[in-house]
Ligand binder design. Structure first.
Ligand code: ZN
Length: 682
């Protein structure tokens, strides 16, 4: 039941159609979803009951125009349930999952709708459509076909049941993970245990403990990946071991938040669904609609990198062990020692102390004089904070983005800090997705999980957090700059194994000389980061790449292994399956654990990267090749930025991305720049 005042029923009247957050209350969501689904089904019904023959206009465009209420509420709600959840939104999310899956099936599996789309598709060459419209017809036809639109009635019934169950199970996986991550936050009673952390980090840990009602204690919240950022600096081995064990225990402790049963059930049902759709495995089904094409191509690429990565990691491990053996207390290097010892080797070899960089990475300067500055130099855009506009949480900031001449580009929202109500990781969400068909502007949000500083202290970012901010801002630019005709193609609606490419390229500006010099300024003294430190950072960028590549590849191959099983294979032991898969890949070094274990692998079991975690390194081939192009052509210039913007970022999903890349680069991407960057070249 939706009241007339429900703010999701009509487009927002605020600048850039920013959702009217001040008016949105939790009780609006359920009614708006209900109304949105009903509205879209009525719109679909009007398409299929039309007595006119199927045309681009009355079928494809009508489909593109449908579902506006649902999009408005969905974008706001799913951002809220990821970034600022509460018991009501978590319960509603679980309740909605099967309803939305059924709704999507009611459209994707509608035989009359599929018949009309196919009829338009069959006459594609006679319709006189432009390239973008032709591509739109093809994409709809492919996606309806892959979704099972051509199946018989009883198969469709089974498919609907599978989709509904899977959406419930993946939502439950995410909910369990958030609960177990919060439960497993590590508490210390003695400040001496935190030796190695900065005064600011210790104060923040004390504050985090107080927020949980714990006096005279210190609390470290876990992060999504296996390795915790504090492992680089905590001096006590027993403390590091506690944190690592807590991180790796997520989802395997028995009890109500154990995710092992869900992993087995989700992978079994995905295999069953793939078979129903005519594929050998879920990975085959997924990659059929990616630039990779099939899981064999993925396996060939990952497999070609793994041996060299594992070898490099072993060489790095020998260096760490040598450091330990030269000391007083000797022990075998374990996973919880790796980051700590690596920092010592890094400091000795390159005179780079990562902890000493933090005072130069004040969040405000990084944002305005680093992230925004680079975008201004490349694309001519300007950023102005709009404190008159309200976001979904008081900690979220709103910036207006305009061209140099003042022409509006969009709104950029930034939600920097961690909260118990926010899931782990960092990501970008569209809130309003640009397209000319419905005359929609663009509003995007970046979410990160930077620990909040103690009250009154400035936020100082770690090296990795600066890189993450540049990365997520690359996604934001993709969303802000895309100028497309149809909602289906808005912003980052590209193939999943392409979507990381623009964000990864944006990371290159973090250490670009003019950019770094502009933002890396000591937050107290105002002095620039010493040139020697800058030079040493640059020399050390590929340091520890054996470890980083190995932990990533382990997760990517684990994700593929879970999704290459066929429906006849019974797996009943998560830990055994995982260790077999890692051993088969040659990535079973206990000192180099997988970046995510199955029971906390949110990307693959709830985050939409199922059989797709390979995408990061797949896109990195394009990224490294594009970075080479920028470097060869003078780097940070308007000409370079404008070319990248018009040929890559600006096209959104409106054309074949590899074709777009070819136009930008003048040829296909080559893998060599990636091999050099990651130290994997022969
Ligand atoms: Zn990304």
């Amino acid at each position: 039941m939706s009241e007339p005042s429900n703010p999701f029923l009509a487009p927002s009247g605020l600048p850039y159609q920013l959702p009217p957050f001040a008016d949105i209350r939790d009780e609006h969501y359920a009614g708006a979803f209900e109304r949105g689904m009903a509205e879209q089904l009525a719109e679909i019904d009007a398409i299929v009951t039309s007595t006119d023959g199927p045309t681009f206009e009355n079928t494809i465009l009508a489909l593109e125009r449908s579902g506006r209420i649902l999009e408005r509420v969905g974008n706001v709600f799913f951002n809220k349930s990821s970034a600022d959840s509460n018991p009501l939104t978590l319960a509603l999310e679980e309740e909605l999952a099967p309803l939305l899956a059924a709704h999507s099936d009611a459209i994707r599996l509608n035989p009359a709708l599929y018949a009309r789309i196919s009829a338009v598709h069959d006459r594609l060459d006679e319709l006189g459509l432009d390239d973008e419209a032709r591509y739109l017809v093809k994409r709809h036809h492919t996606q309806f076909t892959l979704a099972g639109a051509g199946l018989g009635d009883s198969d469709k019934e089974q498919l609907r049941a599978l989709n509904g169950t899977l959406s419930t199970l993946t939502t439950r996986f995410e909910k369990n993970l958030l609960a177990d991550t919060n439960d497993l936050a590590v508490v210390f009673d003695d400040m001496a245990e935190l030796d190695g952390l900065s005064a600011g980090e210790i104060a923040a840990a004390a504050q985090a403990a107080r927020e949980r009602g714990l006096e005279n204690s210190y609390l470290l919240s876990l992060v999504l990946p296996t390795g915790h950022p504090t492992l680089t600096s905590l001096t006590r081995r027993d403390v590091r071991e506690r944190i690592m064990r807590a991180s790796r225990t997520r989802g395997i402790r028995g009890g109500e938040h154990d995710n092992r049963g869900l992993v087995l059930e989700i992978t079994r049902l995905r295999a069953e669904r793939a078979e129903l759709l005519g594929f050998d495995s879920h990975a085959a089904f997924v990659t059929a609609d990616e630039t990779a094409g099939n899981p064999e191509n993925v396996a060939a690429m990952l497999g070609s990198l793994a041996p060299a990565a594992a070898r490099n990691a072993r060489a790095e491990q020998a260096d760490l062990q040598a450091l330990v053996d030269a000391g007083e207390e000797t022990y075998d290097v374990e996973s919880w020692d790796w980051a700590f010892l690596t920092e010592q080797v890094r400091a000795a070899r390159f005179a780079v102390d990562k902890a000493a960089m933090r005072p130069y990475f004040g969040a405000e300067r990084v944002l305005s004089d680093g992230i925004f500055f680079a975008a201004e130099q490349l694309y001519g855009v300007r950023f102005a904070e709009r404190t008159d506009l309200v976001a979904y949480h008081s900690e979220v900031r709103v910036f207006e983005v305009t061209e140099a001449d003042g022409t509006p580009v969009g709104l950029y929202l930034l939600d920097l800090h961690t909260r118990d109500s926010k899931r782990g990781g960092a990501w970008m969400n569209p809130l309003i997705a640009q397209n000319t068909l419905l005359d929609q502007p663009t509003v995007v949000v970046n979410n990160l999980n930077v620990p909040r500083p103690a009250p009154g202290a400035p936020t100082l970012l770690s090296f990795d957090e600066v890189r993450t901010l540049f990365h997520e801002f690359g996604h934001a630019l993709h969303g802000l700059f895309a100028r497309v005709s149809y909602p289906r193609f808005a912003g980052t609606n590209v193939y999943r194994d392409f979507v990381e490419f623009p964000s990864q390229v944006n990371e290159m500006w973090m250490l670009w000389p003019e950019v770094l010099a502009n933002y890396a300024v000591h937050h107290e003294t105002g002095e620039r980061m010493p040139q020697a430190l800058v030079d040493n950072i640059r020399r050390s960028v590929s340091f520890n790449e054996g470890f980083l590549t190995s932990e990533y590849l382990a997760a990517a191959m684990l994700d593929q292994a879970w999704h290459r099983i066929d429906s006849g294979t019974i797996v009943d032991d998560v830990a055994a399956f995982e260790s077999d898969a890692l051993a088969a890949a040659g990535l079973d070094n206990p000192a180099v654990p997988t970046r995510y274990s199955s029971t906390y692998f949110a990307h693959t079991f709830s985050g939409g990267y199922d059989a797709g975690y390979y995408s990061y390194i797949w896109s990195e081939v394009l990224d490294a090749d594009a970075v080479e192009w920028f470097t060869e052509n003078g780097g940070l210039t308007r000409d370079n930025g404008d070319r990248f913007r018009s040929l890559v970022l600006g096209v959104g999903g409106s054309k074949d991305p590899l074709e777009a890349y070819r136009e930008f680069r003048g040829r296909d991407a080559r893998i060599e720049p990636l091999l050099v960057r990651r130290g994997l070249a022969e």
